[in-house]
Ligand binder design. Structure first.
Ligand code: URA
Length: 206
């Protein structure tokens, strides 16, 4: 069996065992599964992502795609996933089902699975979208480190740890209603595109 297929089966079995109903709708990653230039990591799926079974297809996803397009990064060349792979929900005061941020237990349970996933995908670099994804790797906030390359340890359970470059970005949902943050986000994406271009030029030269 393919490593990614096995990963999905094992992850599903693990979380279904924990779920009181014995089943749960996990949303796995999407895109280039083997050695993409970048692996983008978000927080958790929302309603649309759960319905369509793919990360970042709802409102935040449209925003992400538009920004990537604006700086000439092709989403099809990337692998996109989330730390938490099941939609965290709560009941709103009006009685509807709405999203909520993932809690500490969800983040702790899903982080080793994220590390395994990265070890299978083996991207050249990671891009975290927002604080939940960033904090799976370091104790810092996106306000401090956005747009600046970091180097982080990826430690999959029972496998050798390795390091990868990581570029922190704001979460695309957080920039939807905040124009000044949208400008910072756009500038960070330009920095990212320029470093990818510089890398591919130096590889072509060697
Ligand atoms: N926000 C995320 O962090 N992930 C998704 O998949 C969708 C919205």
């Amino acid at each position: 069996m393919e490593p990614m297929q096995r990963f999905r089966q094992e992850c599903t079995a693990f979380f279904e065992k924990l779920s009181p109903e014995g089943r749960c709708s996990l949303v796995f990653g999407d895109g280039k599964i083997k050695n993409p230039v970048l692996m983008l990591i978000g927080e958790a799926p929302g309603e649309q992502e759960t319905l369509q079974g793919k990360p970042f297809v709802g409102k935040a996803g449209k925003n992400l795609s538009a920004f990537l397009e604006a700086v000439g990064i092709d989403r099809k060349e990337l692998y996109v996933s989330n730390v938490v792979k099941v939609r965290p929900t709560k009941i709103s005061p009006a009685g509807g089902i709405v999203n909520r941020p993932p809690n500490r237990e969800e983040k702790l349970l899903f982080t080793p699975w994220l590390m395994r996933e990265i070890a299978i995908v083996r991207p050249d670099a990671l891009v975290t979208l927002g604080n939940v994804a960033l904090q799976a790797f370091m104790e810092n906030t996106v306000g401090n480190v956005h747009g600046k390359w970091q180097r982080v340890v990826v430690a999959p359970p029972e496998k050798a740890a390795f390091t990868l470059p990581l570029f922190p970005l704001y979460h695309p949902a957080s920039v939807i209603y905040n124009r000044s943050l949208a400008e910072v986000y756009q500038a960070d994406l330009v920095t990212l595109r320029d470093s990818l271009l510089a890398d591919s030029t130096s590889q072509n030269d060697s």
